[in-house]
Design a protein around this ligand. Structure first.
Ligand code: YSA
Length: 359
């Protein structure tokens, strides 16, 4: 009995002193001094069954252990309370909180989103196409024949010949074989191949835009990247003409730059349009007087465009006598640079947070 009491005392005092919170302390009180099942309580309850000699011996010992445990519990509770109020006092609730910086969209994503919204409001549908493209769609079907000097306008990243495509040739139809034969794979150099892909499977009238990533094997500088984005536009119907084009892009630029914009169309050459055009807008910063943004010219070059070439309609399976249409292609980075006054295209992909956080 003597040994048991010593062990109980040592164990209980050890546990009480190691306790970290009031709840655990209360659990210990119940474990040892709980009214029905407390370990010490049970020993005290067994006193009446003991012999007189044992009662005289153990009664005082049990009582003194009970007082000792009660005192230890009380002291520990006081210590825990003091500790928690000290902790509370060290939190200064008048201090300003830490600023949580929220993420946001990349400026290119913001401009692309805005362009999508504007054209959707003008009743255009949004279409996408593959980034790995065949030579057929990227060049041939767009009236850019092999070995034609015009092809040099688009410096190309070529991919290794796709063996699967050539192995499967036997199962292809005659017209599919024709495409595959001329189809080395490449990273598309512009979004124009989606014009052909869309017309192959849809009948006019329709109007679409095609936002997407394009790739060019060329040196980078302030206005050129090897990996950039374009937005293609295509509207085809029975009697679409350049006046329709002028209205649509006039409306587009007015909504994008949130002011009236003066547009200038200049003759240009792209093999997939006739006539071909270059579109300029009067400098949105200086209003045409000449500044750093427009390189003192008063005008900003914003897109290539034109009336769809009959050969492109033919390649897509249309009779060119039946339909007319306009097409255009703009560089997303260049538009974002004008809109946000960004001096160097390479900033978009620099990952520099000082740049990104400004938007
Ligand atoms: C023209 C007529 C159409 O009917 C339809 C589309 C086009 C556009 C044509 N497919 C094209 O790619 N023309 S382009 O070579 O002059 O590029 C279009 C736009 O992409 C340019 O006006 C420019 O804003 C942007 N761009 C071209 N090369 C770039 C570039 N942006 C960044 N880095 C480059 N390396």
């Amino acid at each position: 009995m003597r040994i048991d009491l010593e062990k109980l005392k040592k164990e209980a005092l050890g546990l009480i002193s190691g306790v970290k919170d009031a709840k655990a302390l209360e659990d210990l009180r119940i474990k040892y001094l709980g009214r029905t099942n407390g370990e010490l309580t049970k020993l005290m309850k067994s006193l009446p069954k003991m012999s007189l000699a044992d009662r005289r011996k153990f009664g005082p010992l049990l009582n003194s252990l009970k007082r000792e445990l009660e005192a230890a519990l009380e002291n520990k509770l006081a210590a825990l309370k003091a500790q928690s109020s000290k902790l509370k006092a060290s939190i200064d609730i008048t201090m300003p909180g830490k600023k949580v910086s929220l993420g946001h969209l990349h400026p290119l994503t913001m401009v692309e989103k805005e362009i999508r919204e504007i054209f959707t409001a003008l009743n255009f549908s949004i279409v996408e196409g593959p980034e790995v493209e065949s030579e057929y769609y990227n060049f041939d079907a767009l009236n850019i024949p092999k070995d034609h000097p015009a092809r040099e306008m688009w410096d190309t990243f070529w991919l290794r010949q796709n063996e699967q495509l050539t192995n499967n040739k036997k199962q292809l139809t005659k017209s599919e074989k024709l495409k595959v034969n001329s189809s080395k794979l490449l990273l598309r150099t512009h979004t124009s191949p989606v014009q052909i892909r869309y017309m192959e499977t849809h009948q006019p009238p329709f109007q679409i835009i095609v936002p997407g990533r394009v790739f060019r094997y060329e040196a980078t500088d302030v206005s050129h990247e090897t990996n950039f984005h374009q937005v293609e536009g295509l509207m085809v119907g029975k009697d679409i003409n350049l006046a329709n084009f002028k209205f649509v892009i006039g409306e587009f630029f007015k909504r994008l730059f949130k002011k009236n914009v003066v547009i200038r169309l200049r003759p240009s050459y792209f093999p997939f349009v006739e006539p071909g055009l270059e579109v300029d807008v009067k400098c949105v910063r200086c209003g045409g007087k000449g500044c750093g943004l427009c390189k003192e010219s008063g005008w900003l070059e914003v897109m290539g465009a034109g009336m769809v070439h009959p050969k492109v309609f033919e390649a897509a399976g249309y009779n060119p006598r039946d339909f007319r249409g306009f097409a255009f292609g703009l560089g997303l980075e260049r538009i974002a640079m004008i809109k946000y006054n960004i001096p160097d295209i390479r900033l978009f992909y620099s990952g520099d947070l000082r740049f990104i956080k400004q938007f």
